[in-house]
Design a protein around this ligand. Sequence first.
Ligand SMILES: Nc1ncnc2c1ncn2[C@@H]1O[C@H](COP(=O)(O)OP(=O)(O)O)[C@@H](O)[C@H]1O
Ligand SMILES: CC(=O)N[C@@H](CCC(=O)OP(=O)(O)O)C(=O)O
Length: 295
Amino acid sequence: MINSVEKADVLIEALPYMQKFAGKTIVVKYGGNAMVSEELKRNVIQDIILMKYVGMRPVVIHGGGPEITAMLRQLGKETTFTGGLRITDPETVSVAEMVLVGKINTEIVTLLNQYGGRAVGLNGKDADLIVAQKHWAKVTENGKTKEADIGMVGDVDRINKGILLTLLDQGYIPVIAPIGVGLKGETYNINADSVAGEIAGALAAEKLLLLTDVEGIYRDYQDKSTFVSTLSFGEAQEMIQSGSIDGGMIPKVEACIQALKKGAAKTHIVDGRQPHSLLLEIFTNKGIGTEVVKE
Ligand SMILES: Nc1ncnc2c1ncn2[C@@H]1O[C@H](COP(=O)(O)OP(=O)(O)O)[C@@H](O)[C@H]1O
Ligand SMILES: CC(=O)N[C@@H](CCC(=O)OP(=O)(O)O)C(=O)O
């Protein structure tokens, strides 16, 4: 048990970070496995509310890959990923929209509001927030790389940040589902990490925090002693090419790179299985997870 002096020390350790981040935009990507446990979900919600009450401007982007997969399975449909992205036929995009917008977004909004936030749910169609275009996947066969059609998967073309700034200025917490809209009104399924990266860049966020189900990045995913606390663009790109960063970690690292290129100040990949990992990253001297940096 920690005594009262130690408790006060913990608060005092947080003071410089509260001062540093007051008024700053913090983009949190919440998804995957940190979303599956009810207790972890409550922890994440409390952390976001605390950030808000000490004066930060949190923006939440959520995923929900495991829930989309579960719903597709209930409907008797198997699903496949390539390079961390779900191959998305027309039926899959409707299920993704239904689960992300209709279920997960409203759940997160309700929870945040129960804990005292003023959260507003959005998806890319609201005020044309996320304008998208078709994504062409790159696949390598026999040493040759070619483009592959993976259906209604989108790349972010443009973020119309006006609606976010309006909400943030009025004290609301925007909660965004990663569904994009095409120029002809078509629906795109976009990886939530990519959306978070683009939004963090567009808002010139102070931090992008991507929650995941590992401690951070490993040089060799099989060997936990190879944990990397800071990773540069160059190293990240090499590791993607060599295959040592693989699967769902690829869009996360690419999201960090994109956010930094477009104007975000700092990007971190953080373990969402650890209770209150968001607070530990923001408010303590040590920080946790892997930071992706330009140099
Ligand atoms: N070099 C690496 N370091 C850490 N994790 C990696 C690495 N390469 C691939 N991964 C995988 O990426 C996964 C995280 O991506 P994903 O499952 O999409 O996360 P989430 O569901 O939390 O959004 C990890 O569980 C791990 O299996
Ligand atoms: C194109 C693509 O892969 N879209 C994702 C969108 C949800 C997501 O990214 O959820 P997580 O963050 O929980 O993985 C999907 O269909 O699963």
